[in-house]
Ligand binder design. Structure first.
Ligand SMILES: [Zn+2]
Ligand SMILES: [Zn+2]
Ligand SMILES: [Zn+2]
Ligand SMILES: [Zn+2]
Length: 203
């Protein structure tokens, strides 16, 4: 008899199923497989695949001309200032339903080092990330615990003294929203990397 392992795997299946059922969209609270509340930041657009609250497709559905180069983005002033009317929202819903809305599916993020599911997000300036995370691993998600472990291990090993700190070549270290420096000075040896990557960005 192989009852032990069968029991074990059944147990795991039951447990993981329960977890899925309990999972809800963090923004609008819909269950997995359900349709988000209109305006939820997690809903994908059925037309372009982008984020529904930030793409232009809803304006096209409503026959509105959205153009950021025009005053009020080409929209009637009232719409630009106050948002869509009730009737417009209704029409938009009908258009989305006709195309088929994208239900909420859970794609958990997983720490690339310890496997922790949906770790809390934290932010470090890009150059600091590059300093500690080797090439080829920089696209990984890390939990904060693994991040500080890595930082400690590398600091312990290297014994390299900190490089000269200089202003960020993108924002002169004045912008706390700057992806590269978050408003802090950067090590001189990263200046060329930052400059290179930034000039390669297509807006
Ligand atoms: Zn949602
Ligand atoms: Zn879209
Ligand atoms: Zn981790
Ligand atoms: Zn900067």
């Amino acid at each position: 008899m192989t009852q032990g392992p069968i029991h074990g795997s059944l147990d795991i299946m039951v447990k993981s199923k329960k977890k899925t059922e309990e999972h809800r969209c963090h923004d609008c609270g819909v269950k997995e497989g359900g349709i988000h509340k209109l305006g939820c930041d997690m809903e994908r657009c059925p037309f372009c695949g982008g984020q529904l609250i930030s793409c232009d497709c809803p304006y096209k559905v409503l026959g509105l001309d959205f153009d950021i180069s025009k005053p009020f983005c080409g929209l009637p002033q009232a719409i630009y200032e106050k948002g869509l009317t009730k009737e417009m929202n209704q029409k938009l819903l009908e258009g989305l339903d006709k195309k088929g809305r994208v239900p909420y599916i859970l794609y958990p993020s997983i720490c690339g080092r310890c496997g922790k599911v949906n770790p809390e997000f934290f932010m470090v300036p890009a150059w600091v990330w590059w300093k500690y995370i080797q090439k080829g691993s920089r696209k990984l998600i890390l939990c904060e615990g693994c991040w500080s472990t890595i930082v400690n291990l590398i600091d312990m090993l290297s014994g390299i003294e900190d490089d000269t700190m200089v202003p960020c070549p993108v924002c002169s270290s004045t912008d706390s929203r700057c992806y590269y420096c978050r408003g802090n000075m950067v090590e001189e040896r990263f200046v060329s990397e930052i400059t290179q990557e930034h000039s390669g960005w297509k807006h």
